[in-house]
Ligand binder design. Structure first.
Ligand code: SAM
Ligand code: SF4
Length: 322
């Protein structure tokens, strides 16, 4: 079992399979062109799986595959199948921008996937294009339909940015609600790769936009989810992720593995330990790196300190997987 030095049990592993992406979301990727990590430095599915097996044997019961955009990596369904065949009872999910789902949703469901989180920040073509720098709203909506048709449980993630998509809080909410998909609004987290002009919309403003039409009450957070849960008058539940309120750190149960093999104890900090040297040394060494990184998991992130300490996280979301 993996317990960190603040008595938190770590049982959730997020695995990034690539940094690459077919979008360039303003809140995630830098404006100017940059170089991707060369393909030869990216771990193979077999190498990622060797670590995942060790993590599962240590009690990890939830795995999220992410990126960059995970579906730009070939044969993702075969990777999902490896994990689901090894441990059919664990919860495996993918976070995706959805643009390739029309093509892959069925194969992923056949591989054993049950759940997907799809990022959708706008239902307006021009706003979607402006935020993601890709004119792809229609394909993403088709991807969402394909995922639902394939029998996958879908949650939506929406990052809300001041002056850009804040007027869409209610339309996004109603779109998700009408399809019985939970939506989680995410406060924009400043970081060095994001467009510096972007400003977050507070959770209070998000709730206000919804309570203009629906009565809403907070629920008790009974899981380790980073999202604070709410329920509206019709029994529809949704969530808000507030990094500037670091109370979710108290129950943080997750670590992240990057596509290059860096094992990352916290989304905010640059600390990480590479699993690459341990890959050649067999399972014992992988167990040892895993225990080391869990032991060094920081108590909390520092997004809430930024105003007074002007510390922007250098961690890029396309690298950590969000
Ligand atoms: N490409 C996939 C996608 O967009 O869903 C998976 C990777 S993406 C890095 C994972 C999540 O991080 C997405 O839901 C995205 O909206 C979120 N994200 C990226 N940058 C963010 C930021 N600066 N603040 C808050 N959320 C962010
Ligand atoms: Fe790509 Fe996801 Fe980052 Fe957007 S948020 S640029 S889709 S990795």
């Amino acid at each position: 079992m993996l317990i960190d030095s603040f008595e938190r049990r770590v049982n959730y592993l997020r695995v990034s399979v690539t940094q690459r992406c077919n979008f360039r979301c303003r809140y995630c990727m830098p404006e100017k062109p940059f170089e991707w990590t060369p393909k030869e430095n990216i771990l193979s599915y077999e190498e990622l799986f060797a670590f995942i097996k060790v993590a599962i044997d240590e009690g990890v019961s939830k795995i999220r595959i992410t990126g960059g955009e995970p579906l730009v990596r070939d044969d993702l369904d075969s990777f999902v199948k490896m994990i689901c065949n090894y441990a059919p009872k664990i919860d495996v999910a993918i976070t995706t921008n959805g643009v390739l789902l029309e093509r892959y949703a069925k194969a992923l469901a056949n591989a054993g996937l049950k759940r997907l989180n799809i990022s959708l920040d706008s239902l307006e073509r021009t706003t979607f294009h402006h935020l993601s720098k890709k004119d792809a709203l229609e394909s993403v909506l088709k991807g969402i339909d394909a995922a639902l048709q394939a029998g996958l449980k879908v949650k939506l993630n929406s990052v809300i940015i001041k002056g850009i998509n804040e007027r869409e809080i209610l339309p996004l909410y109603e779109y998700a609600k009408s399809r019985d998909m939970e939506i989680r609004f995410i406060e924009f987290m400043e970081n060095e790769s994001a467009d510096r002009s972007l400003r977050t919309v507070s959770s209070a403003a998000i709730i206000e936009a919804i309570t203009g039409k629906y009565a809403v009450a907070p629920l008790q957070n009974k899981t380790h989810s980073a999202a604070k849960p709410y329920m509206d008058e019709d029994g529809y539940t949704f969530g808000i992720i507030e990094p500037y309120d670091d109370s979710f750190c108290k129950t943080c149960n997750r670590i992240r593995l990057s596509a290059e093999g860096d094992l990352i104890p916290c989304l905010y900090y640059e600390d990480a330990q590479s699993i690459k040297p341990a890959l050649g040394g067999g399972e014992k060494q992988l167990h040892s790196v895993l225990h080391d990184v869990v032991a060094n998991k920081p108590e909390k992130n520092r997004w809430s300190y930024q105003e007074e300490q002007k510390q922007l996280s250098a961690r890029a979301f396309y690298y950590t997987g969000g």
